[in-house]
Design a protein around this ligand. Structure first.
Ligand code: FDA
Length: 405
């Protein structure tokens, strides 16, 4: 026998779970939200360097990876970035825009947690935290079809929303709970992988690149179908910086392909994305200056010299044949490095893969074959680019589920 019955139980009080609970509660649903963490919404608190990049001015399906790329359309158009910005403004949270339309709080990510908490209070949401969910069972009875057993009592609900997120940053509460529950109800899972994550290089490449470690450059990076413009950071472990986090999701996208060799795809860096490099080098073909000194006009001086040393291109420009300069230009535009792996879930911002969206309704997030069971946020196979897109997915998917559940 359940201790209490609710219209809706949400498991996971992160970004998506709180948005869903607030929306459903404000519709008059009796909602219980459960989380095993002692501190509320830690991922929001640490996000965006403590300022939470809560959305982006431009959000579209092209900003997401999923095996089912059109899935996000409906939810993103029913609860838009503008809708979340309205909420932020309504709560008096001051914010600012950074590059590429990214919106951050002026003061603290805690303000977004407080906003969600206040919205939940408006919806009279009931809280059970910290609590451990031990078992979930489904019964045919339509009134309380889901039975949730926790270490703090048994609960029954007409609908169950799973909002337990992905696997990144296990030390602040990430767990595979959502995947296990999906499997329990025979929903397919796209294999999860760390994404938006620094990439490692093999030891022999690291040894060769050691003189370049510490360099930060504005580049265009591409891998498989992903191409982005931002900073790369060469580290003593491999490649990092925002542009690498972006392409790491595409490097990992072999999860969507049968061909596992895709895993070893190179990351290509265009070191001089604003220049017609061949034309520029040829213009200086008669110069007695060193190639490295010319490159230092557009690249950090230390990097330019170390990069030329690495390739043995240490002569003055007038000692290179035109064909050689064209070859150097091609190398500058397409410097390929083959990663050996990633820094894993401990450093990943998100998880690629998750509950296969083909088993879910794109309108409501409800499992097609399991009435009343919903999956929202990062636990699903929907992964946003860096730039506020993952939170926007949490808000959009959470909101639409809250409208129906
Ligand atoms: P989320 O992870 O927020 O919440 C899941 C909740 O479920 C947690 O409260 C957890 O404790 C709970 N839970 C897990 N297992 C459970 C279990 N077994 N029982 C009960 N509860 C359980 N995105 C973005 O758009 N802009 C940004 O600035 C950033 N910055 C950023 C920085 C860092 C360091 C990280 C790690 C991530 C980001 N992200 C981001 C990504 C963003 O944080 C993430 O995509 C969303 O928080 C996902 O929201 P969810 O609600 O789906 O999961």
């Amino acid at each position: 026998m359940a201790d209490q019955t609710y219209d809706l139980v949400v498991i996971g009080a992160g970004a998506a779970g709180m948005m869903c609970a607030a929306t459903a509660g404000q519709r008059g649903r009796r909602v219980l939200i459960i989380d095993h963490a002692t501190r509320l919404a830690e991922k929001i608190r640490i996000s965006g360097g403590g300022r939470c990049n809560f959305t982006n001015r431009r959000v579209g399906p092209e900003n997401y990876l999923s095996r089912n790329p059109h899935f996000v359309r409906s939810a993103l158009s029913r609860f838009t970035a503008r809708d979340f910005i309205d909420l932020v403004e309504h709560h008096g949270v001051r914010y600012h825009e950074r590059s590429w339309g990214q919106l951050f709080c002026d003061d603290s990510a805690q303000q977004i947690i407080d906003l969600l908490r206040a919205e939940c209070d408006d919806g009279k949401v009931n809280w059970l935290t910290p609590a451990e969910v031990r078992q979930v069972a489904a019964t045919p009875d339509a009134a309380d079809r889901y039975q949730i057993e926790t270490n703090r009592g048994r609960f029954a609900a007409h609908s169950l929303v799973v909002a337990t997120g992905g696997l990144s940053i296990p030390k602040i509460g990430a767990s595979p709970f959502g995947y296990r529950l999906a499997e329990q109800f025979q929903l397919p899972i796209v294999p999860p992988r760390p994404a938006l994550v620094p990439l490692t290089l093999p030891p022999e490449t690291l040894a060769r690149l050691a003189p370049l470690a510490g360099a930060s450059l504005d580049v265009e990076a591409s891998c498989n179908d992903g191409r982005f413009r931002e900073a790369v950071l060469l580290t003593h472990r491999g490649l990092s910086g925002p542009v690498i986090l972006q392409v790491s999701s595409y490097w990992q996208a072999q999860a969507y392909k049968a061909d596992d060799n895709a895993r070893w795809a190179p990351v290509s860096l265009n070191l001089l994305p604003d220049l017609d490099t061949a034309e520029w080098l040829l213009e200086h073909a008669g110069s007695r200056g060193l190639l490295a000194n010319l490159l230092a006009e557009h690249l950090p001086r230390r990097f330019a010299h170390a990069w030329c040393e690495l390739h043995g291109w240490t002569r003055p420009l007038n000692q290179f044949r035109h064909a050689e300069l064209r070859q150097i230009a091609a190398h500058l535009a397409n410097w390929e490095l083959v990663p050996s792996g990633t820094q894993g879930y401990a450093k990943a911002e998100v998880t690629l893969g998750g509950v296969d969206t083909r088993a879910l309704s794109s309108k409501t997030m409800e499992a097609k074959d399991k009435p009343g069971l919903y999956f929202i946020g990062e636990v699903m196979d929907v992964t946003g680019h860096l730039g506020g897109y993952n939170f926007q997915w949490a808000w959009s998917s959470g909101h639409v589920a809250g409208e129906f559940a």
